[in-house]
Ligand binder design. Sequence first.
Ligand SMILES: [Zn+2]
Length: 388
Amino acid sequence: MKKLVVVIATLIALLPMSLVGVGLLVSPAVFAACLSSSSLVVGPIPESLTATTRAGATVTLNHQQLTHAAIIITVGAQTESVGRAGIVIALMAALTESRLRMLANSAIPESSDFPNDGEGSDHDSLGLFQMRPSAGWGTVAELMNATYQSRAFYGGSSGPNYPSPRGLLDIPDWQHLNPGEAAQAVEVSAYPDRYQNYQPVAEAILTALTRRAETTPSGTPLGDVPETTAIVFPLPSGTWVNTSDFGWREDPFTGERAFHSGTDWSADDGTAILALADGVVSFAAPSGGYGNLIIIEHTIDGQRIASAYAHMWQSGVLVSVGDRVVAGQHIGNVGSAGRSTGAHLHFEIRPGGSNAAAVDAEPWLAAHGLQNLDAASTAALCSAQMAA
Ligand SMILES: [Zn+2]
């Protein structure tokens, strides 16, 4: 019986990759987090934050300013097509225009009736983005509201100001503009260069305010486990035979009815065990009846999935906690440690992560294997993976 399932995850092509290709100076970990704008969830707002502008000036922002930044981030994360790149541009604009303060204006006495962080006096400009009622951005009441101003800045067909004045989403090809130019295009400012100066500060705010990556129980960061590029059957083709299914069975030791949380595939001692998918190792140690156990955290179809591999001898564990692995990587060797009656791989799929309950791996594999199966690329990817 042969079974080797490799799937090209076309899903990754459906993710908003364009959002991250805007030439922002982001770390690889941040880049991975950009794959989903839903990863931009604001966590606790710090009392203050100090960052440095491109020109080298130190900027210290207080809790109130950071609270306004949090609104800009949240509205951006909730607005389709904005993404991290658009949020950085909005923060750059608000930093430049108001230093993230909700400014009333001495020329509009009514504006000081609303909660504010001080008074400006530039034309009739109001609030975080210094939007002017006379230019059609909104009423005084609307513009003294941070959420409204954020929605107006992002614009687009669901924006309150659509179609004019133009928000960021209304600027053609804004993703390919330099971020400072994109901010200037919305603000129609006389000083386009000054926005760019705040880009490092905007990046620092976004990093500080958005939620920390999830971790495994052992502290391995999970927020940056990228979508897998492939799904590979965990044993090489032709090396194994199914000896026990997931579910209720007669326990091989006690003879009593017991629940079997995985699928057993018998294979010769020493047979290579392959990582199901790209991921991060969250456990690699002895674990009771499992003998030695490896658990890998994956992102598959946007969901957290853990795969578990058991009964290796200690010498058959070839990865450590925190290791990044790729689909098909040789991570261990089949053994018979723990509650085992002979050399085999006990394999589990845990949707939700390492602490979640296992499901039957065989239908799960079949469902994921049949999806997008392409014989030609499967063969090519198989050989590439096997060589890895
Ligand atoms: Zn088993």
